[in-house]
Design a protein around this ligand. Structure first.
Ligand SMILES: *Cc1c(COP(=O)(O)O)cnc(C)c1O
Length: 390
């Protein structure tokens, strides 16, 4: 195909379909159970519990919901503080703010956007209740350090693993542990921009025994309905706070079709990631950009491809340049401590590395159906931009 004379938009994301999604939705419809916690929901739970050894899983309608469930489960009281990175999606903070917590933002690392563990201990006070780590781009945070810190100060450790499906952390003893298995609670996203998706979806992983019973109740509108269905109680009723956090089994059916193909999806995404990396290396050598850095304890699940530009202005010029060629590159996140919503509430110090990534990180189109031809086209345009304008 000749791309030269046609407007050929390369979107930033394009949700991939494995082919079985509608078939499984039809199964769910004809089974007569299309509300939550049906057969496909259970299949998804079992998939995760068996493949990753997660203690207990509950599908939710989003990762935001899973984070909200976490905030309810840890019993936040007024003035409780939660430590988390400022370089993250709004939901990480919003879920805890809604329960009345004060957010204490930590800076990113110098060489990569994850929260800098060496900045965290000095932020702990009498009121600190939990640390929320975010595995940005599916790259693990330094979990040995965070586990130790949470034990030392008796804090809850929560993983925002929204981007981290099928990614791992290699611990001090060389064990390869799945992200989402190390925090007391962990939250995943199946939003259409994630590796495995069902449009809107998420999951809470409960790794700590204390939360197991109560999580199920909060999930089902504050009732003990799940225990009732298992025959553990003879009637169900209102026993706690909660909401309707469980997704319809139609969504679980869609999700299960994706999960069955997780290895194929991951393989393809890693190939795309490596191709980008190889083809952009020479621009890093010439010091135009910086490519992602992976700590030795982290694996790459090819959630996204990003690189670091010199500055805000250069990034905007590149975005405009690519947009004119029909290529959508995007940036995120804007430092949460400087957001309209949180700026006046923020009393902490400057977070220069977070601001740096806010101003310089650029994400390239990244999805399963991106062809080699597409990648070549994108990379060639990026080369044109740097090599012809410098
Ligand atoms: C996508 C994402 C979320 C939100 O996920 P939803 O399923 O859309 O609610 C939260 N945190 C991070 C780090 C994310 O990337």
């Amino acid at each position: 195909m000749n791309h030269k004379n046609v407007f050929y938009p390369l979107n930033f994301n394009k949700p991939h379909l494995t082919g079985k999604e509608t078939e499984y939705i039809i199964h769910a419809v004809s089974s007569g159970h299309i509300s939550g916690n049906g057969a496909f929901t259970k299949k998804c739970h079992t998939f995760f519990e068996e493949r990753y050894g997660f203690n207990k899983c509950l599908l939710t309608t989003s990762c935001t919901d899973a984070l909200e469930m976490s905030a309810i489960l840890i019993n936040i009281k007024p003035d409780d503080e939660i430590i988390m990175p400022s370089f993250t999606f709004v939901s990480t903070a919003l879920a805890f703010v809604r329960q009345g917590a004060k957010i204490v933002f930590a800076d990113s690392c110098k060489d990569q956007p994850n929260m800098d563990e060496t900045e965290v201990e000095k932020l702990i006070t009498q009121r600190t209740k939990a640390i929320v780590v975010v595995h940005y781009a599916g790259v693990a945070c330094n979990m040995d350090y965070f586990i130790e810190l949470s034990q030392k100060y008796n804090l809850w450790l929560i993983e925002d693993a929204a981007q981290a499906i099928d990614s791992f952390y290699v611990n001090q003893t060389g064990q390869k542990l799945p992200l989402g298995s190390m925090g007391h609670l962990a939250c995943f996203s199946f939003h259409e921009t994630k590796n495995i998706q069902c449009g809107e979806g998420g999951m809470l992983v409960i790794n700590h025994e204390t939360f197991k019973k109560r999580a199920e109740i909060i999930w089902e509108k504050g009732t003990n309905r799940a225990a009732f269905w298992r025959g553990e109680v003879d009637k169900y009723g209102w026993v706690d706070t909660g909401s309707s956090f469980l997704p319809s089994d139609l969504l679980a059916a869609f999700l299960f079709a994706q999960l069955e193909k997780i290895d194929v999806i991951q393989q393809k995404r890693k190939t795309i990631w490596n191709l980008y990396y190889e083809k952009l290396k020479n621009l890093e050598k010439k010091e135009y950009i910086k490519l992602p850095v992976l700590p030795e304890y982290a694996t790459n699940n090819a959630h996204m491809f990003y690189f670091i530009c010199k500055c805000d202005m250069q990034r905007q010029e590149l975005i405009n340049f690519l947009k004119n060629q029909g290529i959508w590159a995007v940036f995120h996140y804007q430092s949460l401590h400087k957001s309209n919503f949180y700026e006046d509430k923020y009393k902490g110090k400057q977070l220069p590395y977070c601001d740096f990534y806010s101003n310089s990180l650029l994400r390239l189109p990244f999805y399963y159906d991106l062809s080699n031809e597409d990648i070549n086209q994108i990379v060639n345009k990026i080369h044109d931009f740097f090599l012809k304008s410098h």
